[in-house]
Structures are given as C-alpha cells and as structure tokens.
Ligand binder design. Structure first.
Ligand code: UGA
Length: 437
C-alpha cells in the first residue's frame, strides 16, 4: 500500500521505517529540514536501537523516502498522523497545535477513499473533531484512531510486533471500511497473531490515556512503598519480588527508584486530568495528582539523600551523575528525572558532572550549566559521591573495586536499585539504595 507518515520524531520515524519493512511504499513528511536530511541518508536523528540499520535496509529497497513537502502525501491510501502532543506551557493540558496543523495540512491532498490514521496521544474528543474537518474537506475520506503503545528503546520491535492493535472507528463497528484497511496495513503482525480491538473513537483515545496512567500509577505505588520501607527499615526490592509473584499484580513496572520521566507518562497523566476536568469527571482522576506528587517527591528525596551522604552540605561537593536520559537505551532527556536531580544539586552548590553514553548532546542543550563527560572514568575521577540515575548497562556493570580507585569519597547512591549492595559494600563503598536498608 502507499502510505504517508506525517511527523518524523520518535514515533513517526520508527513508524515510517517499520511500515516500509512490512512491505508498504512509504513517504515520511516533517517540517524539520534537518531531520528530513538525516533520515533521507538513512541516519536516525535520535538514538533508538536498531532504527538506523532498519532505515538502511528499507531505503535500499526504494520503498521509503522522506520530504518536507506535504504534497507528497497525495496518492497515498493511508496517512498516519504521528506528531507530538507536548504539555502546554503553564498548563496541564496537551498542546494540540501540531496535530491540528498536520490534519489541516493534509486536507488538500486527500482523495476519495483515503484513510487518515491518528497515532498521536490526544485528549478524548480530538478524533471526533478532526473527523468533522476531514468530512467537510473530503467527504469520501475516513479517519481512524489507532493509538501507539511503543516504548522508546524498544520502538522497532514494539512497532513490528505489538501486544495489540486498537482501531477507533466511527460507531465502533468491526464492519467499518477503516478496520479492513488497517487490517491490510498490519497484515504481517496480524498474521503472526497480534490481536486487534475495534472501538469507537473515544474508547480508543481513552485506552491510551488509561494505559499510561496505569503504568504511572504502578510506578508511583511502588515508590510510595519505598518511602514506607525507608521509614520501617524494610527492602522494597524484595517486597516487589514477593508481591510481583502474584500474577494479578505482576513484577513488571514495579521498580522503585527516582520515578518516571520522559515525553509520555508525566504529560499524559496531566493532560488526562485536565481533559477529565473539562468533561466534569475530574473527581475520577484526582488520584493521578497523587501519582504525580509521589513521583516528583522522589527527585527531592534523592537530593536530600545526597546531602546526607555528603555530611550535611552539598556546597563544593563533586557529584558524578551516571545517566542523563530518562531511561536506558534512549537519548531522550524530556522530563528526565536524572537531569532534573543533577540540576537541583548544582543549584544547591554541588559541582555536578553528568555522564551518559548517548544523551549528552541533548542534555547540554537543556541544561548548559552542568558539566558533561562522555568517558565514565573521567567523570568519576575525584568524585565525593556517585549517583546512578539511569540504569544503562555500562552503569550497572561498573566494577566497584576498580571504580573505588578513581573517586575521592566512596559513596554511591543507587537511584534505580540496579546494583548489588553487598558487592559494593564489600569493595569499601558506602551504598544507599531507594527504599532499601
Ligand atoms: C511509555 C509507555 O510505556 C508506552 O507504552 C507508551 O507507548 C509511551 O509511553 C508513549 O506514550 O508513547 P516510554 O515513555 O518509552 O513509554 O517509557 P517507559 O518504559 O514507560 O518508562 C517511563 C519512565 O518510567 C522511565 O523514566 C522509567 O525509568 C520509569 N520506570 C519504568 C520506573 O521508574 N520504574 C519502572 O518499574 C518502570
């Protein structure tokens, strides 16, 4: 099928490459000339494992091109909207200007029978509104809402073989033509057994908001348990192992630490609360405010623990922060808890050096006042305290016996509970975890 993908960021670039991999003829469209120039030469504009190899592979087949010209969407049967929906400045609600611009920009190129497919995370009600716009411009075109559940760091795999597809179509009818078109687009993963659910627009939009809210709640739940464990002298990692063995609970997403960040969970729970308020259902989601508060309290807690470890004052203390990305295997620093902690420590008088295998350039753009060092050994040299804040393999695999030779004071705060406390203590370190004695 001929497919256009509008928006070539973390979501769209991966989606475009994966659609080509599935055998479709794809054009990726974005307003950012730099991004398009890189993608056109099979270079990924951000770090995502496997993406660059995939871009190279599918571009060699001639099935994937990139352009800044929206007119290139003309002639495609399916048009995916993959632009960002960031948090509005100074408000909890989502900023829909890019989604609206993508939809409006597409209208002149829509033909009879075309299907526009929204993948961006949007407040419930958006699809209904866009469907009207499309109907007015091209009565023969349809809109479906098909939320994306990919995780950064696993984006290629998650796109090629997701857990499930959700198709939001008018009226929620399985017989709607849009469901048939999407089945054709996703024929390969569907053939491998990926289930699909057909819903109305509102349900499809809400599935995404609910899924991310549930994940955020799970993380804040275990972080709340970590607070209680800290107060009681208990170990939250063992607690999570034990409750996670109950299949109804599950061990995934029960890693206590410095909390969640990134371009999705934080802004999605806030925009969900804002939208529920507009709908008069704000009471239903007041618990998400608590989820957000618990999450933010983790960052303050790390700053306080670091101060304690450093003997009561951060002034002049040389702190090495391992990790800038919001999670490993990503260079994304949007709302990164690691960077937010690093910046707070610096503001309180510490001399902070941040190291990260992929995210330093993005981090330096956001917080130019911090020191950055790519080489881990250099970053650790003469440190008064080391904070592991993003659990990259390089950080988890650090050898405590070798590392202790580099630092001035052997203090480590394991913000992700990713290290073996016994091993680090045996090597002579003062080890602190999150919610562990
Ligand atoms: C999240 C969802 O997991 C995806 O399903 C969704 O498609 C995506 O948002 C989106 O809306 O686009 P992502 O932002 O890539 O994906 O990251 P996650 O893997 O969910 O991690 C989010 C944050 O939670 C990270 O900072 C991570 O370190 C933290 N986390 C995760 C924990 O603190 N503890 C855990 O147990 C798990």
């Amino acid at each position: 099928m001929r497919v256009s993908v509008i928006g070539c960021g973390y979501l769209g670039a991966v989606h475009a490459a994966c659609m080509a991999k599935l055998g479709h003829d794809v054009v990726g469209i974005d307003v950012d000339e730099q991004k398009i120039a890189e993608l056109s030469t099979a270079r990924a504009p951000f770090f995502e494992p496997g993406l660059e190899e995939l871009l190279g592979e599918v571009q060699a087949t001639g099935r994937l091109t990139f352009t800044t010209d929206m007119a290139a969407a003309e002639g495609s049967a399916v048009h995916f909207i993959c632009v960002g929906t960031p948090q509005k400045k100074g408000e909890n609600a989502a900023d829909l200007r890019y989604v609206d611009a993508a939809a409006l920009g597409l209208l002149p190129y829509l033909a009879d029978g075309d299907l526009v497919v929204g993948k961006s995370t949007v407040p419930v009600g958006t699809a209904g509104r866009l469907a009207e716009l499309i109907r007015d411009a091209q009565p023969g075109a349809h809109l479906a809402w098909n939320p994306e559940f990919l995780r950064e760091g696993h984006a290629v795999q998650d796109t090629l073989s997701p857990d499930r597809f959700v198709y939001g179509v008018p009226g929620g009818s399985e017989d709607h033509a849009a469901a048939g078109v999407l089945d054709e687009v996703y024929a390969t993963p569907r053939g491998m057994g990926t289930p699909r659910l057909v819903t109305d627009y509102a349900t499809a939009e809400l599935v995404k908001a609910a899924a991310n809210s549930f994940l955020a709640t799970k993380i804040s739940f275990i972080n709340a348990m970590a607070e209680v464990c800290d107060a009681a002298g208990a170990d939250v990692t063992l607690l999570a192992d034990a409750i996670g063995m109950d299949e109804r609970i599950g061990r995934k997403f029960l890693h206590a630490g410095i909390g969640f960040g990134g371009g999705c969970l934080p802004k999605d729970i806030r925009s969900f609360m804002a939208r529920a308020g507009e709908l008069g259902a704000d009471q239903a989601l007041t618990f998400l405010r608590e989820v957000d508060t618990i999450n933010m309290r983790r960052r303050t807690r790390v700053v306080e623990l670091t101060r304690e470890m450093c003997g009561g004052s951060l002034l002049g203390q040389r702190i090495t922060v391992l990790g800038a990305a919001f999670k490993p295997d990503s260079d994304d620093v949007r709302d990164s808890p690691a960077l937010s902690i690093a910046a707070q420590l610096q503001l309180q008088g510490a001399v902070v050096t941040v190291t990260d295998p992929q995210a330093l350039a993005n981090a330096a753009r956001r917080f130019p006042e911090l020191n950055y060092e790519l080489d881990i050994e250099e970053a650790l040299r003469n440190a008064d305290a080391v904070l592991l804040l993003t659990e990259w393999r390089q950080h988890r695999d650090l050898d405590p016996f070798a590392t202790i030779q580099l630092v001035r004071n052997a203090r480590i705060l394991d913000g992700r509970n990713a290290l073996d406390p016994q091993k680090w203590r045996a090597a002579g370190w003062t080890y602190r975890g999150m919610g562990r004695p």
